[in-house]
Structures are given as C-alpha cells and as structure tokens.
Ligand binder design. Structure first.
Ligand code: 5AD
Ligand code: SF4
Length: 438
C-alpha cells in the first residue's frame, strides 16, 4: 500500500479539496502515482453541477472495474459533490459494487481512517459515509499537498446560501461557513514565504464572506487586511455574485497593485424574467451598473462570466436579451452552459425546453462569444504585459496569465516557473496568445 492517484472533476474548489486529500494520504506515507493503473488507492473527487459531468464520471468509474478485477487489493474511493446528492451514494454502490468507500463532501478528510478500516477488516463491502450536516465544522488542521505552483488556492469560505433555482451546490455543499480572517491571512503569508507568487481566494460567493460571523466582517474587510501584506505577489478570487459585489471591493482591487485586475462575474442570463425565475436577485440594469463601475475604476480589467441558455421558460426574446448583454458588455471570456435539470432543485420541476432549442441557442451564443473573445485577443497584439510563468506540457514553452487573466504562451525553461516576465504579445492563433520575452 504505497501509491495513490486522485482523479478530480469540476471546479477549482474540488481541485483544492483534492490537494487536501493528497496531503492526508501523503501524511500516511503514500506517494503520488502517475496513473490509476499504477496506484494502490484510487480516489475520484466528483462533480454534479450538470448531467454531462455526472455521465462522464460514471463512465470513468465504470472503467475501474477492469483494474479492480486484475488487482482486487486496490482500494477505490469516491467522494465529492456527486456522492452528497440524496440517494446517490446507494445508487453508486448498486451500480459499481467494486467501489470500496464512498465519502460525502464533509467526510472526505476521514479517508485515511476508512482505508485503515478496509485493510483491517480484510473483506470488501462498500463503506458509505455521507453526513447530511449542513454546517460541518471548518477544519484548519488538514495537510495540503499543493499541485499548482506558482498558484496557491486558499479557501475563504465553504458552502452557499443563495439557492439559485437551477443549482445543486447549496444542497451538496451546505450553508455558508467563513474561515477566520486571521487564519486566512496567516495561510497566505506562509504561502508567500514558501515561494508562491499567486494566491487565488476560493468561495462559492466570495462577496458574502463573513456574513455568518455577524460582527461586521466582510469581503472588503478581508481584502483590506490582505492589501497590507508586503512584497510582490498576485491575488485573485472567485466567484463574485452580482447581487453582492460592492463598490468598496471594486475600489480596493483598483487601488492595490498586488490585486489582479480580473473579475469573474457570472451573469447567467441577460433577461430580467429569467434572472427572476433563477432567483438571482439582481436585474440586467444592476449588472450593467456593476460593469460600468468596474470599467470606470479599472478600464483594463478583464471581465469574465458564466452564461446559461435553455433555462425553463426562456423565450427567444429572453435569449435575445442575453446576446444583447453579451454584445454590450464584451466579456474577455465566458463559460457557456446548457441548462441541465438537477434533481431536487426547483427548476428541475419546471416545464423544460426542447433539446433542439437549447442546442440552437448554445451554438449561437458560443459563436458570438468566440467572435468577441477573438476581437479582444487582437487588442493585445503588440502590447507588452507582465506574465507570471506557469508550467506547460510542451518542452521549452511556458504559459502564464496577464494581470487581467489572459493566457499567453512564450519560450522558457521549467526552472523559470514562478518568475515574472515582461512578454511582448505578437501572435493570436485561434484565441491563444503567443509572445516573446523582452
Ligand atoms: N445547468 C447548467 N449550468 C449550471 N451551472 C450551475 N448549475 C447549472 C445547471 N443546473 C453553471 C452556472 C454556474 C457555473 C459554475 O455552472 O453558470 O455559474
Ligand atoms: Fe449555485 Fe447560485 Fe450558489 Fe453559485 S450562487 S453556487 S450558482 S446557488
């Protein structure tokens, strides 16, 4: 029993959770393997945000059957959002009886004890532990094996209280819990001391940071505290909510050189009727107001978004409101999704649109956003931007982001990862930017 392999699906929150699972397993003396085939312990950290994600994961879990048959001593663990849905753990056990342990989102830190128990019992019967606690305690003592140098993910809060009618997250991640400001700051300071150059704050809705403390702590206060940290580094955060993003927050980002001029602000829809049905609690006018505010304080800010089509009841007129908003705001980039009904959420019980309508709208939206992203890419040509070098799969090539969040590839060696370079951008190929160091 000496090697583990973690397959991660879904958002950055999960990527970071997997770093904690890796930290726990390596604390037990296990080493990271290069593939599932090569590992004694295989962990699937899952996502259930859309049906496509779930189908893909189920396909991958199915493939483990052959590995398990070839070597029954392998331990297979499944955790993450998928397991936390009502009845899902039992269904997984029935469909994939070779899974050894299924852990909910609040139970994943007990993975090492579960493995010990399986080994001690020396017989295989799926062990399920999925707590339904909506407010599990925040654990500050979990070791972390970081895998994204020079970036370090830092949770500032867990869970979500918003209950957008399409979204499963509040059901599988529980209510909002904020970490103590002093714990967050101490973690960041020690990461910077250890050589990390970029910190990304994580929360389902960072703008409501601290609202569970009822002592006035808020996201602006956290940023203000973090703005006092000395030295050169980059700070990003995700995700903001248009109902909560404040002028104070926009202003402090604009005023603090270490804070990246890059805001991810999911709009979901440009139609007031759809936003209301989604329970988003803002209007398209409020969204335009925020965009104006951001651009007024930071004309160079990279603004990105999440946009959904095919929400129940979305008319062609509603969709036209979305494309109109996209044309007017001109997002640097956007993640575009087809609405996917999630069992147990209010929108799943509404009357659904035909698949063909959804497909037609997503095709048009993607074409529009691609055109805009491409036009914005062209604006970068000839500019020299400061880039923080990250690893890339190609030898002799590094990638990195501009302050505004655009990815740029340029020549460099692995030993240069984590350093800042001035890069002159001179090529745009299919929305990928290339440049050379100056
Ligand atoms: N169907 C499609 N997209 C969804 N998202 C959340 N729930 C769903 C769903 N049921 C999208 C939203 C969110 C992003 C993380 O995923 O756009 O911002
Ligand atoms: Fe889901 Fe809305 Fe919470 Fe985001 S804010 S996680 S979309 S419920």
């Amino acid at each position: 029993m000496n090697k583990f392999y973690i397959e991660t699906f879904g958002c950055q929150m999960n990527v970071h959770e997997s770093e904690k699972i890796a930290g726990i397993l390596s604390g037990r003396g296990l080493y990271a393997a290069d593939s599932a085939a090569d590992a004694d312990v295989i962990v699937f950290n899952t996502c259930c945000i859309r049906d496509t994600a779930e189908k893909k994961i189920e396909g991958f879990i199915g493939e483990l059957k052959a590995l398990k048959r070839a070597d029954p001593s392998k331990i297979i663990a499944v955790t993450g959002c998928m397991t936390q849905q009502i009845g899902r753990a039992e269904a997984l056990k029935t469909r994939f009886p070779f899974i050894d342990v299924i852990l909910g989102t609040a139970n994943q830190y007990s993975i090492a004890e579960k493995i010990d128990r399986i080994l001690a019992l020396n017989k295989r019967k799926t062990c399920i532990e999925v707590l339904s606690d909506e407010k599990p305690c925040i654990r500050e003592d979990v070791p972390i094996l970081r895998t994204s140098y020079p970036n370090a993910w830092v949770n500032i809060m867990y869970g979500c209280n918003n209950f957008c009618t399409y979204c499963i997250v509040p059901y599988v991640r529980g209510r909002e819990r904020s970490r103590n400001l002093s714990d967050i700051k101490a973690e960041i300071v020690s990461l910077l001391d250890a050589g990390y150059s970029e910190i990304t704050l994580l929360g389902q809705n960072v703008d409501s940071y601290g609202s569970d403390f009822s002592d006035g702590t808020n996201f602006y206060g956290l940023l203000k505290e973090l703005s006092t940290i000395k030295g050169k580094f980059r700070l990003r955060f995700m995700t903001s909510h248009p109902k909560d993003l404040s002028e104070d927050v926009i202003k402090i980002i604009a005023d603090t050189p270490n804070f990246c001029k890059n805001i991810h602000l999911p709009v979901q829809s440009g139609s007031d009727a759809v936003l209301k049905a989604m329970n988003r609690k803002y209007t398209r006018d409020r969204y335009f107001y925020l965009i104006d505010l951001i651009r007024r304080y930071m004309p160079e800010c990279g603004i990105t978004s999440d946009i959904m089509v095919g929400f129940p009841g979305e008319t062609e007129r509603d969709f036209a409101d979305t494309t109109d908003l996209v044309e007017r705001v001109r997002f640097q980039n956007a993640f575009t999704f087809v609405y996917s009904p999630r069992a147990g959420t209010p929108a799943a019980d509404m009357e659904q649109l035909p698949q063909a309508v959804k497909k037609d709208r997503i095709t048009r939206l993607v074409a529009l956003q691609n055109r805009i992203s491409d036009e914005i890419s062209l604006e970068y040509l000839g500019k020299t931007e400061e880039i923080l070098a990250e690893d890339s799969p190609r030898p002799g090539v590094l990638v990195g982001r501009t302050d505004s969040g655009r990815l740029v590839s340029f020549g460099g060696e692995k030993s240069e990862i984590g350093k800042f370079f001035n890069v002159k951008i001179n090529e745009n190929k299919a929305s990928a930017l290339f440049g050379e160091r100056v």
